[in-house]
Design a binder for this molecule. Structure first.
Ligand SMILES: [Zn+2]
Length: 344
């Protein structure tokens, strides 16, 4: 990249002191020793070769730390200037300004600023552009595709984490039937199916893109009453309704793809940061959305939303058990307060 020499504004500057340069005619490799100075609007060389050329017709190579500066004539001839300081003074006298990019590249501070700006753009993209984009994609995704996303996940969990539920079948059926009788708060309820499992990881509940809402025996036993369990199930239906897991999967692949495309393996450390930030923010927003869905659903069916607050109070109080549910569903006082405020 090169940029044009811009002539100085009037009044014309006085002749500058000359700098040593090598002149090449562009046709042979022969080197001519010359001295370059600026006289008015012209660059004048003297020595082995004498030549005068309007500044406006010359191109000056961009400044870099190691390379000599190159000044090109329109006919292909060029000068090489090794005296960088002298040449910089000469350019200053002509009013020449390096392009913004060149000046930024010139300083480490500028380079760091540029890198920080790139990271900032990426982080902002991850935080504010990607989630809505993933949300749009997730909602546009045909259910059949979404089901395939969740296919096999439950099988995998059954092999490694879960055992068949030990709850009495009548108890399971009563819970499922009661939840199915509840009216959803909004139209467009996704197809769903409650699945009970005995867990090695304690009280837990989650929904899969396939529409399976998994509830562990330990969660059923821990909750004080069935209203609280309806709250847990409504919260999971909220995740399904908002397609949170599908969004996470799309975001996960988009993050991986853009990290490879944009940053390469050099900046993999930096690339790992935005998804982390995203996760923190995203899961908090997703939890709030699912809580709000559950609150609306409980109210819609005449169940006090306080029962959903109970879920987190009970989970948070259980010091003897270490509920896995809490790692994905922090029972923060803020969260409990939000549910209770909505209940009023
Ligand atoms: Zn949740």
């Amino acid at each position: 990249m090169s940029d044009a020499v811009t002539p100085a504004a009037s009044p014309p500057p006085p002749p500058t002191s000359a700098v040593v340069a090598c002149y090449f005619d562009g046709k042979t490799s022969r080197r001519h020793q010359v001295r370059l100075r600026v006289d008015g609007d012209a660059a004048v060389i003297a020595g082995d070769v004498e030549r005068s050329c309007p500044l406006a017709q010359l191109r000056v190579s961009e400044r870099s730390v190691h390379a000599v500066r190159k000044v090109s004539y329109p006919d292909g001839a060029y000068l090489e200037v090794a005296d960088r300081a002298g040449f910089a003074a000469l350019l200053d006298a002509t009013g020449h300004r390096d392009g913004v990019v060149v000046r930024l590249q010139q300083s480490w501070r500028g380079a760091l600023t540029a890198a920080a700006a790139t990271v900032a753009v990426l982080v902002l993209g991850y935080l504010f552009v990607l989630p809505p984009a993933a949300s749009l994609l997730a909602h546009a995704l045909p259910l059949a595709v979404e089901r395939r996303l969740g296919d096999g996940v439950l099988d995998l969990l059954d092999q490694h984490v879960f055992a068949p539920s030990a709850l009495p079948p009548a108890r399971r059926e009563r819970l499922s039937a009661r939840f199915e009788r509840l009216l959803p708060p909004y139209p467009g309820t996704p197809p769903h199916h409650i699945v009970f499992r005995k867990s090695r990881v304690g009280p837990n509940a989650f929904s899969l893109p396939s529409g399976d809402i998994v509830m562990t025996d330990e969660m059923v036993r821990l909750m004080p009453d069935d209203d609280a369990l309806m709250g847990v199930l409504a919260h999971e239906l909220g995740h399904l309704h908002e397609r949170h897991l599908t969004r996470r999967i799309i975001e996960g692949s988009a993050v991986a793809a853009s990290a490879t495309l944009l940053l390469g393996d050099v900046s993999s450390v930096i690339a790992a940061l935005p998804p982390l930030l995203l996760d923190l923010k995203y899961s908090r927003d997703a939890e709030r959305e699912a809580d709000d869905y559950a609150i609306a659903m409980l109210r819609h069916n005449g169940i006090a939303p306080e029962h959903l607050a109970d879920v987190f109070v009970v989970l948070g109080a259980g010091a003897d058990t270490l509920p896995a549910y809490l790692s994905s569903h922090p029972a923060s006082p803020e969260r409990i307060a939000h549910i209770r405020a909505a209940a009023r």
